[in-house]
Design a protein around this ligand. Structure first.
Ligand SMILES: NC(=O)c1ccc[n+]([C@@H]2O[C@H](COP(=O)([O-])OP(=O)(O)OC[C@H]3O[C@@H](n4cnc5c(N)ncnc54)[C@H](O)[C@@H]3O)[C@@H](O)[C@H]2O)c1
Length: 334
């Protein structure tokens, strides 16, 4: 693989893993992020800031002119668009949230078109769908109607329309991925960061209590997302103009307790039989067969593979005084 990939939000949780993965595939990477330093990238790849294959730019996603200019200046060929506030940020600050998600995505698509980029992959969310009561039982179809119950979900829904428009009107080869509960070592932000925090406690050897044993979640390992993005970002990979449910492992917290116990028999694990009231009416599973048909990608990271990988990754982070220090500084920055 050759060429330069722009990764907006590339210093955040998913962006850091995508950055690492695209570098491994031979891409040069241009990270563009409002908080480029002291973020997850600093923790995951402390060497990133000295790596000649990575350029790091700090800036707002709404600055389309700057995005166009950096793409042209650095010969960017493809882009991964991840820069976005998360659910609670948009609820707390609607004007800024709408601007950053909707205007930011529109600005990125326009800049990509103006700079002649060959492929864009961007992160939508299963939050475009609404309460489970609106849908038939079973994994939710890719083309199920949008009934977002949060402002964040409404913004991502508008971005899906922008994405379709960019494909149909500008001929931009753009593909969206609806992510769900992304977990892995280093996740710091968002309500759904608590699965990752629980795994961090387990990696540290601390007792783990799982209150929501009966609660199913659509567990999506961060390396799954990185693999998927790496597959889709290649020009001609398929699925252009569409947004897809991304694969995840739909399992209960009790299941993850069992996987943890198998990986770390020494751990003290207790599992209660509750459901998380915040998630009581969310859709539990998403049908990712449309994505598989479009580009051949199916789930590679079930819990049994991903949980031990996360524990090992956290173990290394926790064993490194430098990384621990970074974790502290990142956590206090946000
Ligand atoms: N983590 C999940 O479970 C999940 C689920 C569904 C969708 N997503 C989507 O995936 C993407 C990445 O999420 P994440 O978990 O890595 O979040 P994150 O907060 O760790 O990373 C997002 C990055 O975007 C940057 N950013 C935010 N607003 C910006 C702005 N206005 N200008 C420039 N940079 C800005 C942040 O500094 C951060 O580094 C987002 O688009 C998010 O909506 C994530």
């Amino acid at each position: 693989m050759v060429g330069t990939a722009l990764i907006t939000g590339g210093a955040g949780f998913i962006g850091s893993y995508v950055t690492r993965r695209l570098l491994a595939d031979g891409w040069h990477v241009l990270v563009y992020d409002a908080h480029a330093n002291g973020n997850v990238l600093t923790m995951l790849m402390p060497e990133a800031f000295d790596d000649p294959h990575i350029l790091v730019e700090s800036g707002p996603i709404t600055d389309g002119e700057r995005l166009r200019a950096v793409c042209l200046a650095h010969g960017v060929e493809v882009a991964v668009h991840l820069a976005s506030p998360l659910t609670q940020d948009v609820t707390a600050r609607p004007a800024a949230g709408i601007a950053d998600i909707c205007l930011g995505t529109a600005a990125l698509f326009e800049a990509a078109h103006a700079a002649g980029l060959r492929r864009i992959v961007w992160a939508s969310s299963v939050a475009v769908f609404g309460a489970s009561a609106h849908y038939p039982p079973g994994p939710l179809a890719n083309d199920a109607c949008h009934r977002p119950s949060t402002l964040y979900g409404s913004c991502k829904s508008l971005c899906e329309t922008l994405s379709r428009r960019a494909f149909e009107t500008d001929g931009l080869d753009v593909v969206g991925l609806r992510l769900s509960v992304v977990y892995g070592a280093g996740r710091l932000r968002g309500y759904m960061s608590y699965p990752s925090h629980m795994l961090r406690e387990a990696a540290a050897g601390n007792p783990v209590h799982i209150p929501w044993g009966r609660q199913p979640l659509h567990w999506q390992y961060v390396e799954e997302v990185a693999d998927l993005v790496a597959t889709l970002v290649v020009p001609g990979a398929g699925g252009g103009g569409r947004t897809f449910n991304a694969p995840g492992d739909c399992r209960t917290w009790a299941d993850i307790g069992a996987v943890l116990a198998a990986a770390r028999p020494d751990l003290e694990i207790t599992v209660a039989d509750e459901v998380d009231p915040v998630l009581a009416d969310v859709v539990e599973d998403y049908d990712a067969s449309a994505l598989a048909e479009a580009c051949g990608y199916t789930m590679r990271w079930p819990l049994e593979r991903a949980v031990p990988a996360t524990l090992e990754h956290y173990r290394k982070m926790l064993a490194s005084p430098i990384l621990l220090q970074k974790v502290g500084s990142v956590a206090s920055n946000h």
